[in-house]
Design a protein around this ligand. Sequence first.
Ligand SMILES: Cc1cc2nc3c(=O)[nH]c(=O)nc-3n(C[C@H](O)[C@H](O)[C@H](O)COP(=O)(O)OP(=O)(O)OC[C@H]3O[C@@H](n4cnc5c(N)ncnc54)[C@H](O)[C@@H]3O)c2cc1C
Length: 393
Amino acid sequence: MTPADRDRLLADVNAFCEELRPIEELCYVEHRQNERTIELAKKHNLLAMPLPGELGGRGADAVTYARALARIGREGTGVRTFFSGHTSIGEYPILRFGNAAQKQKYLPRAARGECIMAFGLTEPEAGSNPLELTSTYRRQGDRFLLNGVKYLISNGSIAGAVIVFAYPEGATGAKKRMSAFIVDTDGDTFEREDLPAKLGMFTANTGMFQMTDHPVPGENLLGEEGNGFRVAMGTLVSGRLSVAAGCVGVIEDCLAEALAYSQTRHQHGKPIGRHQLVQEHIAAIELHRAASEAMVERAATAKQASDDDPEDASLAAAADLQVAQAKLFAAGAAWDAADRAVQIFGGRGFSELYRVGRHLQDVRVCRIYEGTDEILKLKIASSLLGKDFAAFK
Ligand SMILES: Cc1cc2nc3c(=O)[nH]c(=O)nc-3n(C[C@H](O)[C@H](O)[C@H](O)COP(=O)(O)OP(=O)(O)OC[C@H]3O[C@@H](n4cnc5c(N)ncnc54)[C@H](O)[C@@H]3O)c2cc1C
């Protein structure tokens, strides 16, 4: 990507965010999904930022894409989550693990907004340990029939296609290896519903779906049969980086809001920003911003190096570790930054009418999805201690 292309992309992202903001704010206070996000993202050509131009994308490298997601994250974790679901964990696995025909069939349509993407790993009984999933597939002629339920899926009830993970029906022991599929969501064998009872992110779609002998063409097997876990783990690196980048944006917005409010709100005869305990909050938010941004840039650089040479296991391990560190750190930092910003806003902070309160509600999920805090801590520690010390296999 040339510097001019990068500047154009980031300018388009900014224009998108400015146009989206008033609509997003209204949708949020009314607790309804923002139906215009896709149309505006399409208008500004943002539905496939890291994909190459020949597949309809903008050719963004990992660092530029992370900066774009940070800018989007300022508008809220909900809108950023839409992009993560569609691009970072929806389009990305096809780009990374798909064959030429799969890329041609899905990615240009996804880039044009004609096919929204999602990633379906989690199930009601399989979250932190995806190996416990119970979705199954069996062959029938030149197609597969899929059965199972996927739960808590971003874009899950608006997607035209979902990356789905399932085991061969009846397989046990060494034969029980999951595979990944690109699953079209049409037909009455694919039933879905919204999950609107959330603590935040009201403007974004979270859904669940059930597949009942749902037919999937044989050519939609993603990667080799039995290699689904590798597809899932490779995709989570992309997803985690997108979460971390979004958290940088949340912190930036909390800082901007906290500064403006501290300079204009007066109590005890002076702007509250002159009270030293308020300054302590501002200093802490700024440290969160600077540290998270640095960790995300480092992680994005490592991911780009791995994407450039996907067969190099040491590059992949470095990216995996640095992205996990960035996600764990930035999610915690964003949560604390939003909490401090709410404190600075006093009673107004405890309201969805103000940005900082909305950030606090929304950003909490970043410590849960794409690897909980606990799972990422275990991952980081065992990567230092060695495989023999893994807390779980
Ligand atoms: C809004 C939202 C959007 C989401 N989007 C998607 C999506 O697009 N695609 C998708 O596939 N999933 C998605 N998820 C699911 C998300 O990834 C899971 O919720 C997450 O992985 C945790 O799984 P769980 O909820 O089943 O919790 P559990 O796995 O049941 O964990 C419960 C608690 O136990 C802890 N725990 C579990 N195992 C261990 C261990 N070995 N050691 C220490 N602690 C442990 C966890 O850290 C957690 O604190 C989404 C979730 C939400 C809330």
